[in-house]
Design a binder for this molecule. Structure first.
Ligand code: ADP
Length: 655
């Protein structure tokens, strides 16, 4: 049986003076519950007819209707079945109507007693969620209809519903007729509600409860909104900038302000770190700042717990934590900064600790309790911060890789230029000279002499290039055996000087001055390689300093462990942005093709490899073009080595 018409419509036609009104679902729930409680509080045994639209709505109230059925035998419950709701005569009558029936859109409750009569006859106002409207929520459901204590209206509504019930369940027709005659019609002219108090009390209670629910919902929405705002500002900071510094500063400020904590700090660390430097911090005015300070991790029980459990740690009364009893120094530090309540959230990426977000409260009288939503918010921010950190790391690695690629590319193109020029030019010169000598037997002896010496010079150039190649590749591959010993710097400089002097034309070299104090400590080095470094630097200084320039070689002790050697010339100098690049393989300022001075571009790369292997550093300084250059390198002092050896021996003797 399916009746498409509306009971509300029928009531409005029967009582044309009525004006329907709009009710939100929560108001109808409150009214219905108050009406039901009025029945439960009375002794009237009234007729109760309730129409629930769907079975699931009735199921929520089923227990209450069992209690109502205990009070009165005249209870009818109507609903559209979804599972097992059916026509039945049990503790009360149940009437199942088709889901397509008009009643499935309606919410009715009619109570007809001797002391009062009341009815609620409503139809759902169906809204189609369109653009700009709220999505369909249970609380936004609205109903249009009549709620009244008017006896005539209530009795008319009862008649209409009893008539329907007889149509759905004809077997109840006689009983319904009897109810009409004995309960409904006599009530038609009865008195209005005599004792409204249970109804009013209940109504107020329900309204209050719904107000509390609403407040709670507002708070949840506000917390959610705060969380979304913070996460949005973090995500947009991450999108705007690859600069982790900027993103993390924003994060710590926003979080500290939003959660109104006394101190919020963020630091990068690894699980095995002993301490972490506080890099980012928000502090309320007047609070102790920890920015730039080392924060203990190794003996920090909360850090250990957070890392072990890979989860947040929340301590309400930090100073009362029994673990601090065994950790005096850490306990003192906690007391010193006035830390009383703490929330620590670790940031992990693929099981690796990236850092910690830490929030402090410092009021000793009021331990702070972080709510679940606060913790969820800090966790959400920590996730975003983790993303920023990973992104920044990836970016730094990418930049590093890029630089390596650029250097490789420079090396590659330099190598092509070098092989093109430095190898082919001398080879073709040698070839031309030898061909001429072979094909022209009448060549005058002086010309033959020039041809031969040109071929010899160029084959020497070739030999040097091949030798430098081999030296650098031996050094880079680690195939060199180092024989370090205590050496006199003066002696090594003399060897380098004599080698350059024998190789140069008299008068072609600039003035060379050596300033090495007689009492300078011995250096700890491999003599052969140290002379190689000195020769190469000296060679360059001579190459790039035309007479009457001068070269000065100095040696000095910078501290008890280190000796610094400098070779300063007054030659063509180096531009400030080239001071580091000159040490790259195959770097030549004018490019291999245009150079007049000869050379391979490998000399300084070889020097850097040797000095590093000997435990020192090498660098260049220059005030700029045509203003001379100074090359510095350091070596360990032999005295420091001897001292260290003696100490080692003494320790061994003691043990
Ligand atoms: P090269 O065999 O070309 O000299 P190096 O590796 O020794 O190779 O030097 C690389 C480049 O560094 C040189 O080509 C030159 O541009 C620059 N350079 C090295 N020493 C000096 C110096 N004393 N004065 C100016 N420029 C120098």
């Amino acid at each position: 049986m399916m009746i498409p018409t509306s009971v509300l419509q029928e009531l409005l036609e029967a009582q044309p003076q009525l004006r329907s009104q709009m009710y939100f679902k929560s108001s109808l729930t409150a009214l219905s519950h108050a009406m039901e409680d009025q029945v439960l509080a009375g002794t009237d045994r009234p007729l109760v007819i309730a129409c629930f639209q769907r079975e699931r709505f009735y199921r929520q109230e089923a227990h209450r209707y069992l209690r109502i059925a205990d009070i009165t035998p005249h209870v009818y419950v109507l609903a559209a079945p979804e599972t097992d709701f059916k026509n039945a005569s049990g503790v009360h009558e149940t009437i199942a109507f088709s889901p397509e029936d008009g009643l499935s859109q309606e919410w009715h409750l009619v109570v007809i007693g001797q002391e009062y009569a009341v009815c609620l006859i409503c139809r759902e106002h169906l809204q189609i969620a369109g653009k700009g409207q709220l999505p369909h929520m249970d609380q936004s459901r609205r109903f249009e209809g009549i709620w009244t204590f008017d006896r005539q209206v209530s009795c008319t509504a009862a008649e209409l519903l009893l008539y329907r019930i007889s149509q759905y369940r004809p077997e109840l027709q006689d009983r319904n007729q009897h109810l009409l005659e004995t309960v409904v019609r006599p009530a038609f002219s009865g008195s209005p509600l005599v004792h409204p108090s249970p109804f009013a009390d209940r109504l107020v209670t329900y309204l209050q409860a719904s107000q509390y629910r609403q407040l709670k919902a507002y708070r949840q929405i506000a917390a959610q909104e705060l969380k979304e705002r913070l996460i949005n500002s973090m995500t947009s900071a991450i999108r705007r900038s690859l600069n982790a510094d900027q993103v993390l500063s924003v994060a710590v400020q926003e979080l500290g302000q939003a959660l109104e904590c006394d101190r919020c700090m963020l630091y990068q660390c690894q699980a095995a770190d002993k301490t972490a430097v506080i890099q980012y911090e928000f502090v309320q005015p007047g609070q102790h700042s920890l920015k730039g300070q080392a924060w203990p991790l190794e003996r920090n029980p909360w850090f250990i717990q957070a890392v072990k459990q890979e989860e947040w740690v929340y301590i309400e009364a930090a100073t009362a934590d029994p673990r601090l009893k065994r950790l005096k120094a850490f306990g003192n530090r906690v007391a010193e900064i006035g830390l009383h309540s703490l929330l620590m959230v670790p940031m992990f990426y693929q099981g690796r600790l990236l850092g910690i977000v830490e929030l402090h409260h410092t009021d000793p009288l009021e331990p702070y309790r972080w709510s679940d939503s606060d913790i969820a918010l800090v966790e959400a921010i920590a996730t975003q911060v983790g993303i920023a950190l990973i992104q920044a790391q990836a970016y730094a690695e990418l930049e590093d890789l890029n630089q390596q690629l650029e250097a490789l590319e420079r090396t590659r193109s330099n190598l092509i230029a070098i092989t093109g020029h430095e190898l082919r030019t001398p080879l073709s010169t040698i070839q031309v000279c030898l061909e001429s000598l072979a094909n022209e037997p009448d060549m005058p002896p002086e010309v033959q002499q020039v041809m031969l010496s040109t071929a010899l010079t160029d084959s020497e150039r070739l030999r040097k290039l091949v030798q430098d190649f081999l030296t650098l590749s031996r050094l880079e591959s680690g195939r060199v055996e180092w024989h370090t010993e205590a050496l006199s710097l003066q002696e090594c400089v003399d060897l380098a000087l004599s080698s350059i002097k024998t190789r140069s034309q008299p008068g072609a070299l600039p003035e060379i001055a050596v300033e090495i104090p007689e009492d300078l400590s011995l250096v700890q080095a491999d003599g052969e390689w140290l002379v190689e470094v000195l020769s190469k630097l000296l060679d360059n200084a001579c190459k790039f300093t035309t007479p009457p320039g001068e070269i000065r070689i100095r040696g000095r002790e910078t501290d008890a462990q280190t000796i610094e050697v400098t070779l300063a010339d007054t030659g063509r100098g180096i531009e400030p942005d080239r001071l580091e690049i000159v040490f790259e393989r195959f770097y030549q300022e004018e490019g291999a093709l245009r150079r007049t001075t000869g050379g391979t571009g490998l000399g300084l790369a070889i020097c850097r490899q040797i000095v590093h292997h000997l435990g020192g550093k090498i660098w260049a300084e220059s005030p700029g073009k045509d203003r001379g250059s100074t090359f510095h390198f350091t070596l360990p002092s032999a005295i420091a080595q001897v001292r260290a050896m003696r100490q080692r021996n003494r320790r061994q003797e003691v043990s």
